[in-house]
Design a protein around this ligand. Structure first.
Ligand code: S3P
Length: 446
């Protein structure tokens, strides 16, 4: 893909509007994966038509699964062929920019009898895969990456010889947890994964919706942050209807926009409120953000709500460690809220941010510095001192969330901000610019 799209923003004042963000990325990936491995036809509503989820879809098509859609209403139909129904793809599986796809697929492909090779774009090809290769090797998978742990991920096929393991995750990562659980479906015995901090549980919830037995034990060793998930190999997935909630990660850009705007309010509808994803809401509320959660309901096994945000006088805070994994994708937007707050916001224990689509601690610090916002970088976090947001040209490092975060910063900037290399916004939020301009931002794409 040519990385040439840039955003130019003009300062904003008031915001107003009512937006519905696209479907959740994590759930959209899993709906394709589990639909493909299920027996029967799965109907998905509210699928995210972002490039990351389309990469997952294309991968399963390349392994013989018939998938229709997404249509104009984001409906997708997956004609599942069961756990043994995938067929060998022709050549390399191109995963694009999607860390979730390559890590979850590693678990699924480790259980197949045929060989596969996965790689992606220049950003994905720099990301650590050792974290999934290590447990998969312990399970007996013949899987490898480059010596430095980066893609391609090459899997020789296991001929159905995976063995269950008890795995204590070295980091709080839903991708690694999910990878091991998915390999566990193909393993002999009961695989257990213990997480040191609570991470998103969409795999556990959606496998249950597909009729696959998953047991979750909370409060391990008396530690309420420690959860263990157990899965026994050899059961089946049964096709079902899946309703994807709106993506709270995409919603957060609009929540922060509403809070930092000079005046006005924004309603964000149908936001996924899974308790393992609401760290950003906890943090923005702790910063004295005026967020009203309304119309709470269940949709497709996940809690959803509408959120009304009003322009607020934000205060800097020390971010609670417990909220770090629950807000892991939302920190770029939260850093913009911190830049608009009074006082200092401190984040620690967030070293995982350094291995996302970019090193998000450094990329955000560099951008904030260009705009004249004071911050100090630590190995595992950052201190941000709220102040005036100036003007300048920002390098997004091809990271969708860095690009969108600096776009919303324009609501409080003294002049124009140019953001380079914004093509990857389409990986998670293809209609971001049009929705942002609808609520009162001024972003042009060049
Ligand atoms: C995801 C898990 C998180 C998150 C990513 C999506 C998932 O990654 O950052 O965007 O869908 O499981 P880690 O598990 O690496 O923290």
């Amino acid at each position: 893909m040519s990385q040439s799209l840039s955003f130019t923003t003009q300062p904003g004042n008031a915001v107003s509007g009512d937006v519905t963000v696209p479907g959740d990325k994590s759930c959209s990936h899993r709906s394709i994966m589990f639909g493909s491995l299920a027996n029967g036809t799965t109907h998905i509503k509210g699928f995210l038509p972002g490039q990351d989820c389309l990469a997952t879809m294309n991968t399963f098509k390349a392994m013989g699964i018939k998938i229709e859609g997404p249509d104009e209403n984001q409906n997708v139909t997956v004609y599942g062929k069961g756990l043994q129904g995938l067929t060998a793809p022709q050549g390399l599986l191109d995963i694009g920019n999607s860390g979730t796809s390559i890590r979850l697929l590693s678990g699924i492909l480790a259980g197949q009898s045929f060989p596969t090779k996965m790689a992606g774009d220049s950003s994905l090809n720099k990301r650590p895969m050792g974290r999934v290769i290590t447990p998969l090797k312990l399970m007996g998978a013949n899987i490898s990456a480059n010596d430095d742990g980066t893609p391609p991920v090459v899997c020789e096929g296991s001929e159905g010889k995976l063995t269950a393991i008890d795995y204590l995750l070295p980091m709080a990562s839903a991708q690694v947890k999910s990878c091991v659980l998915l390999a566990g479906i193909y393993a002999d015995g009961i695989t257990t994964v213990t997480e040191p901090g609570i991470t998103r549980d969409h795999t556990e919830r959606m496998l249950t919706a597909f009729g696959y037995p998953v047991t979750v034990e909370k409060n391990i060793d008396g530690d309420e942050q420690k959860t263990r998930v157990l899965i026994e190999g050899g059961h089946e997935l049964t096709a079902c209807d899946i309703q994807i909630p709106g993506d709270i990660s995409s919603a957060t850009f609009f929540l922060v926009a509403g809070l930092i705007a000079k005046s006005g309010e924004i309603t964000v509808r149908n936001v996924g409120m899974n308790p393992t994803r609401i760290g950003a809401i906890n943090i923005l509320k702790a910063m004295s953000g005026n967020l009203l959660i309304t119309n709470e309901r269940m949709a497709g096994g996940e809690p959803v709500a509408d959120i009304v945000v009003k322009a607020s006088k934000l205060q800097g805070i020390d971010i609670n460690d417990r909220d770090v994994p629950l807000a892991i994708d939302e920190f770029p937007a939260i850093f913009i809220a911190a830049a608009c707050a009074t006082g200092t916001t401190r984040l620690r224990n967030a070293e995982e941010l350094r291995v996302k689509e970019s090193d998000r601690i450094q990329a955000m610090a560099d951008g904030l510095e260009i705009l004249g916002v004071d911050c100090t970088v630590f190995e595992d976090g950052i201190d941000i001192i709220g102040g005036t947001i100036g003007t300048g040209t920002i390098n997004s490092h091809d990271d969708h969330r860095i690009a969108m975060s600096f776009a919303i910063a324009s609501l409080r900037s003294t002049g124009s901000i140019t953001i380079l290399d914004c093509d990857n916004v389409a990986t998670s939020f293809p209609n971001f610019v049009s929705l942002a301009n609808e609520v009162g931002l001024s972003i042009t794409q060049n």
